[in-house]
Ligand binder design. Structure first.
Ligand SMILES: Nc1ncnc2c1ncn2[C@@H]1O[C@H](COP(=O)(O)OP(=O)(O)OP(=O)(O)O)[C@@H](O)[C@H]1O
Ligand SMILES: [Mg+2]
Length: 327
């Protein structure tokens, strides 16, 4: 029985047992208290989600998780703006943190991503039976914070860039909680938000080349008052159209906010050719997963990736969801 079927069965059992289970997201966790008028903090969002989830307690709300954002901030060694728009990724550090790197092609994680990336590349480059609209735009998302979106985005980007004929653009689309400066050491330079707010810079001006051949980065850019809301703007839709056509030879991977945290992530999802839904084997509840899947029904290709799956670091896809099942 798939996790989705299992989730549906559980919901039905609870309904029969008299538990009040909402059919669709009722109290939207995206309405959780917002810090500085911005997106909700991960902690506020999980609290809001759990207060509505009733019996579906999530193990995400533990003290270790609560301190995660602070750790991220402390680990962020921001470099100064680099006029050359180039970043030297610290591959040894990334490897030590469990990421795929081109200098360790035989690691277990590299093997796992070799399998995971295959259908993505096929869909992106139109090698399947049908051409996927905007198939080169891929969003990596999940229900809630901390489930492994960034881990998956970077690994997919590395792994795909290691293919001799694939080029990748990795975009830090989690604009309220960007990870690129801390993990990849990207400089303070114009990024996604600047492209959305300013018309004096071009996409090409914001791209950062790296020491990994064929891997280019687009950081989140300068924080705006309503950063996350810009993801749902017409400017974003237009930028996505430009990325899909101007960089049609690249696979553009968006690390994104969790779907249940912001409504903007759901709007962003509607523009994507493919979505990778990360499911944390050790924490994602059925309730959160089924709510999150309901928000992205419009995307034809949703690949679910079981992360932190016990024996191996990352599981493999355990199925397609939606109309992409025959691809
Ligand atoms: N498969 C894995 N193996 C080992 N560590 C992992 C794995 N997946 C995620 N992690 C670690 O778990 C933590 C949370 O992962 P990550 O930052 O990717 O989650 P996220 O979904 O992007 O969170 P957020 O919503 O806060 O952006 C990180 O320290 C990451 O390195
Ligand atoms: Mg992240």
């Amino acid at each position: 029985m798939s996790l989705i079927e299992d989730a549906a069965r559980r919901l039905e059992e609870l309904r029969r047992a008299g538990v009040d289970v909402p059919d669709a997201p009722a109290a939207d966790p995206a309405a959780a208290p917002r810090a500085n008028g911005e997106t909700p903090t991960p902690e506020a969002m999980i609290e809001a989600f759990e207060s509505q989830a009733g019996t579906f307690a999530s193990p995400l709300l533990d003290p270790a998780r609560r301190s995660a954002p602070a750790k991220k901030a402390a680990a962020a060694p921001h470099a100064e703006a680099a006029p050359g728009a180039y970043v030297e990724l610290n591959l040894a550090r990334l490897r030590a943190q469990g990421f795929v790197t081109p200098d360790a092609q035989t690691s277990r994680i590299a093997d796992e991503y070799r399998v995971i990336k295959r259908p993505i590349i096929k869909n992106a480059l139109g090698q399947g039976d049908e051409r996927v609209r905007h198939g080169n735009l891929l969003m990596v998302t999940s229900s809630l914070p901390g489930e492994g979106k960034t881990f998956t985005s970077i690994n997919l980007a590395m792994s795909i860039a290691m293919e001799y004929d694939s080029r990748v653009l990795l975009v830090d689309g989690d604009v309220a909680h960007p990870s690129m400066p801390g993990l990849l050491g990207t400089p303070h330079s114009p990024g996604l938000l600047d492209l959305l707010m300013r018309d004096d810079i071009d996409v090409g001006d914001a791209l950062i080349k790296s020491n990994v051949d064929r891997l280019t980065l687009l950081p989140a850019g300068s924080r705006q008052r309503r950063s996350t809301e810009l993801l749902a703007s017409e400017q974003m839709a237009s930028l996505l159209r430009e990325l899909a056509s101007r960089y049609s030879d690249r696979i553009v991977i968006f690390d994104s906010p969790p779907l249940l945290a912001t409504t903007e992530a759901r709007v962003l999802a509607t523009h994507m050719g493919q979505i990778v839904m990360v499911v944390a084997a050790d924490s994602t509840s059925h309730h959160a997963l089924s709510q999150a899947l309901a928000t992205i029904e419009s995307c034809d290709i949703v690949l679910m990736l079981l992360n932190k799956a016990g024996q191996t670091d990352v599981g493999t896809y355990y199925g397609y969801y939606g109309d992409g099942s025959d691809r």
